[in-house]
Design a protein around this ligand. Sequence first.
Ligand code: FE2
Ligand code: FE2
Length: 173
Amino acid sequence: MLNDQIQKLVNNLIQIEHVSTTLYLAMSAYMANQNYTGMAKWLRIQSEEERTHMLKLIDYLTDRGGVVELQELPAQPKEYGSPLETFQKVLEHEQFVTNSYRQAYNYAAQTDQQTAVIIQEFLREQIDEEAQSQKVVDRLKIAGDNPSALLVMDQELGQRAAGPAAGAAPAGG
Ligand SMILES: [Fe+2]
Ligand SMILES: [Fe+2]
């Protein structure tokens, strides 16, 4: 049986993934409005991935006899600026998520090893999540204000396939 603190900790991570889902969905809609259809697709897939992370945590908590508590979701902004500014916000959010998992791991490692193992899988996946968004940010910096380069980037990001990336860890942030 999980202690109250661990239960709270996992519920907090569920909330973070749930917020990530809605944030990327909002960003996707914003990009679609700007006619960056490829970026909109990338962000929609990212939103779906965050949802699978949330479901994984919900299943874990349930399997351990814990009680899932879904909390209120904050409203998300309607606008995110240029493609570069938008993806910089993605990167910042992923860094925040990594920090949250890091803190959760520190506590779980001392109190509940099984929870620590699950969190470790997510921490592992965060390496890819941060690297992926960092790469998009860096390439958008190269593209600058050049419309042709931005459309190439848009096309490139639109090629992202749904589902877990090949070779990706089963869990993720
Ligand atoms: Fe996630
Ligand atoms: Fe993520």
